[in-house]
Structure formats: C-alpha cells, structure tokens
Design a protein. Sequence first.
Length: 478
Amino acid sequence: MPGKKWPFNQILRWFLFPALLAAPGAAQERDSGPLLSTGRPNPDAVAVVIGIAHYHNADMPMVEFADQDATDIEELLSHRFGFPSSRVYVRKDEFASLASLKPLIRQELATLVKPGKTDLFFYYSGHGVPNLDSHEAYLLPWDYDPRYRPDRDSAYSLKDLYEDLSRLNARTTTVVLDACFSGLSEGGTVLKDLSSAYVAVEMPEGALPSGLVITAGGANEVASWYRERQHGLLTFYLLRALQGEADPEGKGRVTVEGLRRYLQDKVSARAEQLHQRKQIPQVISSIGETRLVAHLANPPDLGSDSVDAPGFSANTTVQPAPAAPISLTAPNAEPRSPAGAGIRIDVATGLMWAIQETESNVTWKQAESYCSNFRGEGHSGWRLPTIAEMSQVRIGPVFNDLHVAGTFWSDTRDKSPNQAATSQPIGDWPIDLIRLAHAKASAGTWYFTMNFENGWQGSNISTDLSYSDVICVRSVHR
C-alpha cells in the first residue's frame, strides 16, 4: 500500500526468515559434512552461477561488476572446492533470459542432482525488485521489461526459485543473492513507477531444507559495489570468507556463525566507509550455526582487504598452480577468426577452442590444470572439453585450416574402463592385450580420450603420461 509505514522489525522478519527454517526440528541435516571442502573432488556437486551486468532494455541500470562476480564465484567452486567444471552452469547477460533460466533450474538440474548426495550451489548477481501490489520478491532475468511490474510471466519469484530448488532434494543447498529487493540499485531506480517511499518485501516461506541463504543486505538496503575491487561488496567479502578469512582461528574451518559474523562486520563497515549507508548481509540457515560452510586444508594468505592495498584481488589465490610445469609452444597456424593465434571460435556452438603443444607428455591432471590456468585472449574460464564436444568440433569446419592429429584428454570420466577399452583395437594391438592392460590399472580414475586424426575414442588412467598436446575450451559468452 503506497505510503504505508511498515514497522522495521516486521519488514526485517519478512526478509530474513523465508521459513526455509521451517521448525527447529527441521534443522536436522542429513549429515554433518561441510558444504564446501578443499582437498577432494566433489563429482556430484552442481552449481548455477548467474551474472547479469547488461540488461536487454536500455532503461535498466547496469549492474557493473556482475560479470566479474560470476566469473570469480565459478572459479572458486571449480578450482578450489572440487566442483566439476562441466557441472558449473554459468549464465551471463543474454544467456540468462527467463526462457533459459527456468528450464535450467526445473529440468536440467533435475537430471544432475542426486538426491541426498549432491551439494547444490546457486549464485545470482543482478537486479532484484518487489512487486508493488503483492510485495513478493523477484529476480530479474536479462530480458525483463521495466515498464511492467514483475510477475511469474516476466521474472523469477524467490518463492518459486526456493520451491524449485527444494524439489531437487540435494544433500545441501546454498543460495547466494548479491542483489537487493528494494527496487533501487547503485545504478539507479529499477522499476519505472517506484516512488521514493519504501515498499515492504515479503520473502517466501516454507522452503530449502538443508539450506543456507546469503543475501546482500536487509529489506530496505541497497546492494553496494566495491568499485576499487571491481566486485559487488557482498561477493568480494564472500570470496574471502570462503577461502578461510571467516575463521577467526585461521584453521580454514568456516562455520555458519563465523560466516555471518564476518560478512556483517566487513560489509557493513565498508558500506559505511565507501557509501555512507547501511548494508548488513543476512545469512539464514536451516542447518544449524556450527555446521561447516567451508573447510580448507591449507587456507591461503589473501593479504589486506584495504582499498589502498596494492595489487589485491578477492580471488588472488583461487587458482592453484599446475601440478607440474608445462612448457608450451604456440601453434604455427594462422587464426580463422578475430581471436588470437591458435584460437578457434565455433559460431554454431558458441565455444572457443585452443590447441597447445607441450614439450613433454602430460597426465590428465596436468592437462586439466593447464586449461584452468590458461588465459588465452585474456579470458578465464577455460577447461578441458567433454568427449561429446570434441566429437562435434572434430567433424565441423573449425579446424579445417589446421591439421590436428594428436590424441587429447577430455573431461569425461570413463566409469567402466575395462568394457570401454574393448570397443575397438588400437593399430595392431589385440583386444585381449588392451583388456589386460586396462584391468591391471583400473583401480585408478579413467578419462576418455580422442584422436583427432581418425576420431578414435579410448580412455586412459589419469596418471598416465600419454599425450603431448592439450586442447581447451570455453564459452564465448562467459
């Protein structure tokens, strides 16, 4: 109701407690393991990372650092916390339309989440707004039209999002919203008919068992930017918190309680210093206060978070060094596209490819580490391709001008190496010898490989030093 004065405590209750906290008894987690952990792969984990900096409608204010926020969250999950890069779904700008986001959450994730086993992480950096009539909170997709009030046909209500995520029945669900729901932003007013009078936001109820929700601020607060660090203020300190800074003992054990205290202390102080306004992040838990959010075997030294600290980035240590040095020589082929030498762009799939020659054979881990740290054309987000992606690009026109004859590691794991290895012979090797070789070493982790010259697909144990070339891929739109 326009002009109505809502008691602040009531507003805060609506915002803070989406009654994902059901009842005290509902806080019984399925197990007590950390939500995020270093030192081990997490093959069943899956994440959706959304960053919308530039909305389709020119009247929508820009969310200046949403792209960088999403990139660094993705790198934190895949490079430090063991999320498979192929299971971290990054959607930016035009790839975060409503028509793409809802099927991703409701259909694609349903095929990926293993009930009771998968750790699910959802991150959003962009605009949030209230519906001025219903007071419901909405996340705005890239194609939202600000001339109209948000509804289920034009935006993603938080109530629907929480219900959709809850139905997946993941082991744990973490939701991070670097957005506010006042209808205001650092770039200006989001809704055309929003007056300066504050509109209360009613947050959804009854969702997210085994869940943790982290929001940028309280109900009537603006999600601030940390311009000097090229991040949203919440995301900047969340990146640091999850790398161990939220553990006052410095042991890399970040609890829900410790995360809340760290974010509220750091963000509120910096918002006051930089913008002279109030911003208090909210950490809402149905998994208890002592549950570990993050466990780091070797917490990095991130340095100062001061505005004046030279050369600091929130994710300075997100990316580990390669397992072993790999010396690379640039390919001699001329590029087929505006991308740099050795880089190919597949317009049909929106993927960017890079083939690099190494001076010695590499293991799967060395190839994976090289792609993770590769910065071709100044871009991050490179990874090993799946075997399906390699099969598709091999028969297309992308490498027509370059004779590619090497065998390359993929990011697709072979769960039955003994059976897959017998599918066809290698040269003059009898199938029995192939089966025997695989059987002797099948206790390790195996990954599919592909020979680009003849298209043959095999698999090899990840510790084998077999191949002297590395092929990496990334989305053009990341």
